[in-house]
Design a protein around this ligand. Sequence first.
Ligand code: ADP
Ligand code: MG
Length: 349
Amino acid sequence: MFEDKNPQRTPLNQLGEFGLIEKIKSQFTLQHPSSKVGIGDDAAVIRHEHETVISTDLLVEGVHFDLSYVPLKHLGYKAVVVNLSDLYAMNAVPTQITVGLAVSNRFPLEAIDELYAGIALACKRYKVDLVGGDTTSSKTGLLLSVTAVGTANEKQLTYRSGAQENDLIVVSGDLGGAYMGLQILEREKAVYQVNPNNQPDLSEYAYAVERQLKPEARKDVVDLLQSWEIVPTAMIDISDGLSSELLHLCKASKLGCKIYENKLPVDPEVLRICKEMSINNTTAALNGGEDYELLFTVDQKHYETIKDHPLLSIIGHMTAKDSGEYLITGLDQQIALTAQGWTAESAED
Ligand code: ADP
Ligand code: MG
């Protein structure tokens, strides 16, 4: 990490825009039956039987990622995954992506190859086709925009607005890992800047760093729910932290909520890092972004099905709107949730 592992540098203009597009095209074959026309014409053609679901994310160098510790292959992978995560949060099946790319001449062809290797890996892993995009130059840095297209039967679609009072609140996987991984990477970058001979040993932080650099979208959770024939009443993916996403669900569903501190799933390694860095682990779980877990609500009748599944944690339930949005701490205090997590000032007994 932090090193340029790619000694060969072929300037992009040697290949030209069309050469680059040809090279990209040659790395992808269409695998989805709904992909009729991919890269090469003025537009892609897709044929879906059901509703079409679309989502876009834009990633800007220096704002959303730092190439001093994010390898380009990981960036490509993550850019796709975070988009697919939005489609899974609608309970939809992603089928195609397009990629918009602006690059400065700082990036050689080999760098773009790395980026697309990550994109290709994500496409393969999640069975989606790259069917188009746009390529242009940028004065500084790298911009990457991914649009994901998917499909869902109308009855399967889950909105943020469908939660009902007393529904269970469920979260997949564990929380705070990606945030703590970022704290570790930032810390090691600072150490490296002082002493470039000091290559960091991240083996003790492998899980958290992986959560930050190579997140996965919860296709497995969507598949699991489908196998149980459970359609969540509402769903959202956790990109900005549990607290903020839960408030979105409450607002859209016009309800309140109660979640329990001792039910929040946090990985043991993440707990250890929190301790090491003096960060409260509940704060990391509530506010830490980029975990890309799914947060959803289901009717109480599914309690027995869900309660012991290792991928899922029931963390609370929806309440009437005028009951507010609260975290119940391990000490049985009620604390109001805020978009930034929770604040001591808003505590009430
Ligand atoms: P246009 O001038 O109509 O925008 P382009 O020359 O930009 O056409 O694109 C030609 C084809 O290559 C189109 O099918 C487009 O979707 C595809 N394409 C262009 N850039 C990319 C990219 N970065 N990734 C994937 N496909 C791309
Ligand atoms: Mg174009």
